[in-house]
Design a protein around this ligand. Structure first.
Ligand code: PLP
Length: 397
């Protein structure tokens, strides 16, 4: 076989897809898979959602790109809608989660700079975090496997064990600018930060004049049954990074801020060529049309519970394969006893797609539009996969 022309950075599954319909995705040779990977929580409304297809194709016939040198009505509109539905007063649009985090980190540093405290640039982060693959976000995430070989780690990130609030207290110093955390870790293994911990972080930020920065790139846009996961804790951040689900498959990211937190981001301090372009904004607005419909978020919470109960029964039946179930809403994880790669493989044989994560977890992130019937079908396939692994383990023993 010819060598691939592509960087070898991805360990790709040997599957190539041609088209999709809702929660189903079809390979080039016509095999149908139930897609509970959803492009890593990106295809929030499934594949080929008619409202998204219409929004994108209609915009494609009008105008693709103008740059941020001009007004972009769709961008103003999506910004206003995000402001109306969240804590935020200001929005900066990007093309990815990593860029949304970069914007959040820069905004936090500039806030202290314009407050006359340029020495406050350090940000406290948590072990197991994932914030992207740029030089700053690999430093923020702090995972050795992503930092190795890329030169000096970007300065200014102090990491503490996940959820350890006492360690946060100890890490706060005169140079601290903020605290950055995922309310529910995705790549780290579907690990939830308890509501009480999130509230304590808010209090610490208030007490020490720090900015609370949430990374809701994966947990946001309805995934947990609230528009944003932090709403469960009834707190608000100062800054928040959003991406993945907001574009439904079109590359869109956003950094949301209070007016106070964004006050340092004056003309010329930051920019982007592609961020917030008309195509991206048409799709982002279309995603919000659906997610903000009456009852849509409540349905996610309800379906998530149903899914979790089904999965818990499978875990009870096959404790040597699945230890337990983690997560909220439709952001769930199988904490595996067998290697998560083996469970992923067995699910693939059942034609169900899932995404591995840290801590030997396999993530289940179906489109938010998944039906009860599709959830039951997924549970049946996971049951079959667990049974197959247990049978293979018995045969080996
Ligand atoms: C995926 C992800 C990112 C990075 O997003 P990219 O679009 O890949 O840059 C950052 N934070 C979290 C929590 C993510 O899940």
């Amino acid at each position: 076989m010819r060598e691939s022309a592509l960087y070898e950075t991805f360990a790709r599954q040997p599957l190539a897809f041609e088209r999709g319909e809702g929660c189903w995705i079809i390979t080039t040779d016509g095999e149908r898979y139930l897609d509970f990977a959803a492009g890593i929580a990106v295809n929030s409304l499934g594949h080929a959602h008619p409202h998204l297809v219409a929004a994108l194709t209609e915009q494609a016939g009008k105008l693709w790109h103008v740059s941020n040198l001009y007004e972009i009505p769709g961008q103003s509109r999506l910004g206003e809608r995000l402001v109306a539905n969240t804590f935020a007063d200001r929005v900066f649009f990007t093309n990815s989660g990593g860029e949304a985090l970069e914007c959040a980190i820069k905004t936090a540093r500039r806030y202290h700079f314009v407050n006359g405290a340029p020495e406050r640039y350090r940000i406290i982060t948590f072990e197991g975090a994932f914030h992207g693959r740029t030089l700053a976000t690999i430093a923020a995430g702090g995972q050795a496997k992503y930092l190795e070989g890329f030169g000096p780690k970007v300065e200014g990130f102090d990491q503490v064990p996940f959820g350890d609030i006492d360690a946060v207290v100890k890490a706060i110093g005169p140079e601290t600018a903020g605290i950055l955390v995922e309310p529910l870790q995705g790549e780290g293994g579907i690990r939830t930060l308890p509501n009480a911990s999130l509230r304590r972080l808010r209090e610490l930020c208030d007490r020490h004049g720090l900015l609370l920065i949430l990374d809701e790139v994966q947990s946001g846009v309805g995934r947990t049954g609230k528009l944003f996961a932090h709403e469960w804790a009834e707190i608000t951040p100062d800054l928040m990074a959003v991406a993945k689900g907001i574009g439904g498959g079109f590359p869109v990211g956003a950094c949301l801020a209070t007016a106070e937190a964004a006050k340092g981001m004056t003309p010329g301090t930051h920019g982007t060529t592609f961020g917030g372009n008309p195509l991206a904004m048409a799709v982002g607005n279309a995603v919000l049309d659906v997610v903000l419909e009456d009852g849509f978020l409540e349905e996610i919470a309800r379906k998530g519970l149903l899914f979790k109960q089904g999965l818990a029964a499978v875990a009870d039946e096959f404790p040597d394969v699945i230890e337990g179930i983690r997560g909220e809403g439709l952001m769930l994880g199988l904490k595996c006893k067998a290697p998560n790669a083996a469970v992923q493989q067995a699910l693939r044989a059942e034609k169900l797609l899932a995404v591995p994560a840290g801590d030997n977890v396999l993530r289940l992130l179906p489109p938010l539009t998944v039906s009860e019937e599709e959830i039951r079908e997924a549970v049946a396939r996971i049951h079959n996969a667990a049974a197959a692994i247990q049978a293979a383990e018995k045969a080996d023993a």
